[in-house]
Ligand binder design. Sequence first.
Ligand code: KIV
Ligand code: ZN
Length: 523
Amino acid sequence: MTTTTIAKDRVLIFDTTLRDGEQSPGATMTHDEKLEIATLLDEMGVDIIEAGFPIASEGDFEAVSDIAKASKNAVICGLSRANFKDIDRCWDAVKHARQPRIHTFIGTSPSHREITKLDMDEMIQRIHDTVTHARNLCDDVQWSAMDAIRTERDYLCRVVECAIKAGAGTINIPDTVGYTLPDESAAIIRMLVEKVPGADGVIFATHCHNDLGMATANSLAAVAAGVRQIECTINGLGERAGNTALEEVVMALRVRRDLMPYQTNIDTTKIMNLSRRVSQVSGFPVQFNKAIVGKNAFLHESGIHQDGVLKNVETFEIMRPADIGITETNIAMGKHSGRAALRSKLSDLGFDLADNQLNDVFVRFKALADRKKEIYDEDLVALMADSAANTDTDFLQVKWLRVICGSEGQSAELKLLVDGVEHHADTSGDGPVDAAFRAVDQIYPHKARLQLYQVHAVTEGTDAQATVSVRMEEEGRIVTGSAADTDTILASVKAYVGALNRLRVRREKTAPDADMKKVSFKL
Ligand code: KIV
Ligand code: ZN
């Protein structure tokens, strides 16, 4: 596909969950998780997958290059700053794809020019040189004017013209700080389309952050003004308040075709599954009232609403749960449910497992069923998340835990496997969770600081599973851990240990100074 020749009513979906999304503090994904998400995005019909920032670390490079090798339909894109070294590294990673793309960017607003110490003309020269260099390597080059919205309008026209002349086929106009409003977003695109020579031969893209909660609205306004590529992430994951959410723009375009007659290639029935997987692997729970994919998005609580929906579903629903792949009838499973029933139920929920994976999950399912009478869809989703996050090959593994709590004080006794060797600790603390975490720290001392500790009940009832999420920070590295169990303290310790396992992997990543979070956007 050369993206400059799409049908007039097509809008390309560019997913950056694995790059901008993964930049959210704590959302780091493992290599295998990135590969799995990329495969799901490809199967869902995403046109372009931004798979990572190859220069950022060896791990990023390998993830992008493996995703490129495995890609089937989507264009695979890597990010690079405006220098030859970044661009060469990016090309080395994406070149394995059937359809590779180099994405190169530079901050064009006054504050970014100050940081890069380039005056207006020097920056134009840099854009010319880097886009030309990228085009000599790859036919498909995307160029972004970072902080375009706060760039002087005349200068924005000049830099876009330069990038087009140098051979960029896609021009991205990001609202990097989530500052714009729909009218302004549209006006900027209209100005570029009308004024810049060569604008009719390229695809304009929008990349909106959500700092004012406007990302989806701004992206759609840009489409109405001429943009034909929306950059977005699953669940709106991304820096600070996140990015435009893929599920929101895609469903808005589908539901309001009367106002916005554009097609996307997305199989919307795969949305829910992707939302759940991204939430699990990133450790970012989806807020209950999140548009489209939140737990409450299709629930009707008030009597008037329930009555209306029963009589005519259209009274209070603008789309059907099945449109985004919610097929579950939520009939409970229990300890008598067999392997085949579990497989079929998991498949309805979007988890298609190989036999060996099913065996492992079946053992965990039976253990849960012994403790919890009825197992609902939410329980299975939590179980799958737990299986993915905490495996028996982890460096640290919780072997055994006993906690004593109550008015007489709290203490914990823990057996922890460290690289296969069993260690034992006996500690007290201010509350059972504190005592248990101290036991982990005693066996495995570390300098990480607990930044967040969150508990959610998966279903109702006192036997409900708890999902626990923790976020930890060590020398600027932020990781998350999550786990589920009917025993809240055990889930807490597993989540804590899971985060420490991830931290260890992060520490081992080469060249810490090349880490994206530290390099930031400097040239
Ligand atoms: O927000 C932004 O401007 C970006 C660019 C790198 C495209 O993420
Ligand atoms: Zn961004």
